[in-house]
Design a protein around this ligand. Structure first.
Ligand code: ACO
Length: 276
């Protein structure tokens, strides 16, 4: 199937790994209303795309994403409440709702700049790999707004409160290496290793049972805001759902291989699934 083409983003594939790249390099991939509409459409399609088993969110050129487009997203919609609302809804929908409930694992591959509103899609991705020299920043404070949309929520959801408060309140830029230290990204590597590290993680995810990966990421995300007794109940039902969704799990293949065939040690590495 040929992928749809878009004005503001591009879609490329490496087997089961699909790259969605913000593609306004001349504007450092700042997010215009058009980019939000493109992303909303593309991610909605890819969530149901059978070929896509891991999604990588990338940025073209010198930046991953310089945040909302101050001209096209803010200034030019200021006198048009309908367009403002429409683009605001699309912006929230793809960056938070669609990405954080995406049915396949998602990886943010960050190089160059990541500012302001870009923190929402960064935090919505399941994993993040960054160039250690990338520049992250909550620049809003520098020009009189607070980290809005849901960026302040993203910060307190992902970071320790002291880090969230410090970087939001001072606007101090920080490196990819620092982002790794404070848990905002999983790995920070030299720029020339960014793609290789991202592919290593993507391929590791591809080797796992996709139903287990999906149910596990949904479970970990959901229990975070539950009480312990609610989480216990929810996880029991979720496990039943997983067994229904996947025959390998229903048949307890991994347990049989450990207890009966003694052919596999689950503690030492991922189960090698038979090739389809
Ligand atoms: N909105 C609109 N245009 C932008 C944005 C943005 N967020 N970021 C960059 N651009 C545009 C610039 O206006 C410039 O356009 P022009 O060529 O028509 O003049 C072009 O992208 C290149 O930008 P430069 O500043 O020339 O590039 P440089 O590499 O020197 O700097 C940097 C890049 C550091 C990202 C700088 O552009 C910057 O500080 N941008 C603003 C980042 C920011 O504060 N983002 C948060 C926005 S608020 C929010 O997201 C809620």
């Amino acid at each position: 199937m040929t992928d749809k083409t878009y004005d503001n983003i591009k879609i490329t594939r490496d087997g089961a790994i699909t790259f969605v790249t913000l593609n306004r390099p001349e504007k450092r991939n700042a997010m215009s209303p058009g980019l939000h509409y493109d992303m909303q459409d593309a991610l909605t399609r890819l969530d149901d795309d059978a070929q896509t088993r891991v999604l990588v969110l990338a940025g073209a050129g010198e930046a991953w994403c310089a945040g909302q487009d101050l001209k096209l997203y803010f200034r030019e919609t200021a006198g048009d409440p309908v367009e403002r609302k429409k683009s605001n809804n699309a912006s929230h929908n793809w960056r938070h709702h669609i990405l954080s409930t995406f049915s396949k694992p998602t990886i943010a591959m960050v190089q160059g700049y990541c500012f302001g509103g870009a923190f929402t899609q960064l935090c919505s991705c399941d994993f993040a790999v960054a160039d250690e020299a990338a520049t992250f920043g909550l620049s809003e404070v520098n020009w009189g707004i607070l980290p809005g949309g849901i960026v302040s929520w993203n910060l307190t959801d992902q970071l320790m409160p002291r880090h969230a408060l410090y970087y939001a309140t001072t606007g101090e830029p920080f490196s990819g290496k620092r982002a790794e230290e404070i848990g905002l990204v999983n790995f920070a590597v030299p720029k020339d290793q960014l793609m290789a590290k991202t592919m290593e993680l993507a391929n590791r995810l591809l080797n796992l049972n996709p139903s287990v990966v999906r149910f596990t990421k949904e479970a970990v995300r959901s229990v975070r805001h539950m009480r312990a007794d609610e989480a216990r109940d929810y996880l029991g039902v979720k496990q039943d759902g997983l067994a229904k969704a996947d025959k390998e799990i229903a048949d307890k293949v991994g347990m049989k291989e450990f207890l009966d065939a003694k052919s596999y040690r689950p503690g030492l590495g991922p189960y090698q699934r038979p090739k389809a």
